[in-house]
Each structure stands twice: as structure tokens, then as C-alpha cells.
Design a protein around this ligand. Structure first.
Ligand code: NLE
Ligand code: FE2
Length: 303
């Protein structure tokens, strides 16, 4: 199993980073969190069966190299039910809460409540639309590896299902979040370009800058909103995949502010529940322009 080369050290014993030149240089094995050792506040913490199932699914991802066929899973009845519940309830809010690019995309994807989509199939759809690829991953990747993947139009995705007891909201990425939140938006070319720009910037970023870029990613790709005919609509995957968060965005009286990738971004955490502040784009054309300009400052470092 090929893994990325370990970092080299220079004479001062400082790490010298090797800038990845292809997706094959990116390690999908460094999992920071949300592996099967769930924390006490996780809805599946006491459910041994859930934990076992989840580590089994996560384990499959460890051996997948870029370009490999993604294993098809046979989802269990309670997993299909969780998917169905989430999809059916989200679909009630989408027409009024989701941006038009998302609505167009999800219409074409034609998800059904009785069939949990397979990563390999949505990967294929992305290949044919924006050219993005899906690579399965066991849990939360190191931010540098995750962001670097985006530079090579690769989206690292989980494959396990959230716990059946809480279909409306999970703090972590899971299959429902990836399939409903990320996949439809990633079929849109302007959006996909915007996402890739964050990835390109990450290739040349220092460790400190990686944390800043993670926040830029968080406040756009995960929790971004867009102005549409004077109404705020969701495009961030973390909003689109959670009934609770979508509703909160409209009725929870959060703050809204224009996105400025150069500015200091608010602290982000998986543990804080719904967002208190959302960042607004005027359009994806404008967003991709803005992020292109931003990432250019990093790309200028390239020798
Ligand atoms: N809260 C989201 C959901 O329930 O789908 C997941 C967010 C992952 C960053
Ligand atoms: Fe996500």
C-alpha cells in the first residue's frame, strides 16, 4: 500500500515539506478525529453494534488508492431508514432554503429514499460534470491532506451512516452529509472551481496558514450562504445536509456578513452546534473570482 513520502528534514532539523504534485502524493491515512473511538457526546457512543459497523466501513477506506473502484456497500435496514428520513425531511425545506444551483443539481441526481447512493456512482457523476473525484476516507483527515486533495479535484469522503437516533443533525461528516451536502454542489463548475482554488492555495501554505484556509473552507464549502433575489439561500454542505441547521439559518436569528477570505475568520469547531454567523456570497461566479484572486497570492510562491 503506497503512502505519501515522510517529510524530509533539513540541516536545522526543521521539517521540509514536499509539495504534492499529484493526488498519489496525498495520504488518506492520517485521521484526526471521528474514528470509531467515539466521544461520550456522540449519539452512537453506547451502541457497540454501531461502532463495529462503522469501523468496518472505515477500514475499507484505508486500502483505497486514488483511481481504485470504491467498494459498494449493502446498507442495513436501519441505515436505509436513516437515509430515507433525512432525505424526505430535507426535501421539504430545499425549495425555500437551498440555492438554485443546488436545486438544479439534486433534481438531476434523482436520489430515492429507498436506495442509499453508492460513492462509486456519485463519483462517476462528478467525473462527467465538474471532473471531481471521490476518494473514501476513514474519518476526519488532517486539514492539509484534505485541502491538498481539493487542489487535485479530489474530495475525500466518509462512507458510514450517522447514528439512526439523530437523522436531523450530526456534528461530524457522514455519508448523508457527503451525498446530500457535497455531491450536488460539486457538479456545478463555478462552485467546483471555487473549491479547487482553496485547495491550490493550501499546497503552498505554511502550517499556520493551513488553519486559516480551513476556516475559509469551513465558512464557504461547509457553511456558506448565497444571496439570491434578495433572499439568503444555503449552499454550504453542513447546512444542506442538516434539517436542524437549515431551519436554524432561517429562524434562529444568526448573523450574516460578506465573505472576506483575507480577514481573520471566527473560531470554528465541530462541537459548537449550529453556526452563529454565516458568510454570504453574491454568486458563485463572484465567489470563484474572489477565491481565485486570494489563492493567487499563494500560487505566486511557486518557483
Ligand atoms: N451538521 C451536519 C449534518 O448534520 O449533516 C454535518 C456537518 C459536518 C461538517
Ligand atoms: Fe463536509
Amino acid at each position: 500500500l503506497a503512502r505519501a513520502a515522510p517529510p524530509l528534514e533539513n540541516e536545522q532539523n526543521e521539517e521540509v515539506r514536499v509539495i504534492p504534485t499529484s493526488i498519489h502524493d496525498i495520504d488518506n491515512g492520517k485521521i484526526l478525529g471521528f474514528d470509531h473511538n467515539l466521544s461520550e457526546d456522540h449519539p452512537g457512543f453506547k451502541d457497540e453494534d454501531y461502532k463495529q459497523r462503522r469501523s468496518w466501513i472505515a477500514g475499507l477506506a484505508r486500502d483505497i488508492l486514488p483511481g481504485d473502484e470504491i467498494p459498494r456497500l449493502e446498507y442495513r435496514p436501519e441505515e436505509v431508514e436513516t437515509w430515507a428520513k433525512a432525505l424526505e425531511e430535507l426535501e421539504q425545506l430545499f425549495p425555500t432554503h437551498a440555492c438554485k444551483e443546488f436545486l438544479d443539481a439534486i433534481d438531476k441526481l434523482d436520489f430515492r429514499p429507498d436506495v442509499v447512493p453508492q460513492l462509486q456512482d456519485v463519483h462517476q457523476v462528478l467525473q462527467e460534470t465538474s471532473g471531481f473525484a471521490i476518494r473514501p476516507v476513514a474519518g476526519l483527515l488532517h486539514p492539509r491532506d484534505f485541502l491538498n486533495g481539493l487542489a487535485f479535484k479530489t474530495f475525500h469522503s466518509t462512507q458510514y451512516m450517522r447514528h439512526w437516533s439523530q437523522p436531523h443533525y450530526t456534528p461530524e461528516p457522514d455519508l448523508i452529509h457527503e451525498i446530500i451536502g457535497h455531491i450536488p454542489m460539486l457538479t456545478n463548475k463555478y462552485y467546483a472551481d471555487m473549491v479547487q482554488q482553496i485547495g491550490l492555495a493550501s499546497l503552498y501554505a505554511t502550517d499556520k496558514e493551513i488553519w486559516h484556509l480551513t476556516k475559509v473552507y469551513w465558512y464557504t464549502v461547509e457553511f456558506g450562504v448565497v444571496m439570491e433575489d434578495e433572499e439568503i439561500k444555503a449552499f454550504g454542505a453542513g447546512v444542506l445536509s442538516s434539517y436542524g441547521e437549515l431551519d436554524h439559518m432561517r429562524t434562529g436569528n444568526p448573523e450574516f456578513a460578506p465573505l472576506d477570505p483575507w480577514a481573520k475568520q471566527p473560531k470554528m469547531s465541530y462541537k459548537d452546534g449550529f453556526q452563529k454567523k454565516y458568510f454570504v456570497l453574491n454568486s458563485f461566479e463572484e465567489g470563484s473570482e474572489l477565491l481565485r484572486e486570494y489563492s493567487q497570492t499563494f500560487l505566486d510562491r511557486k518557483q
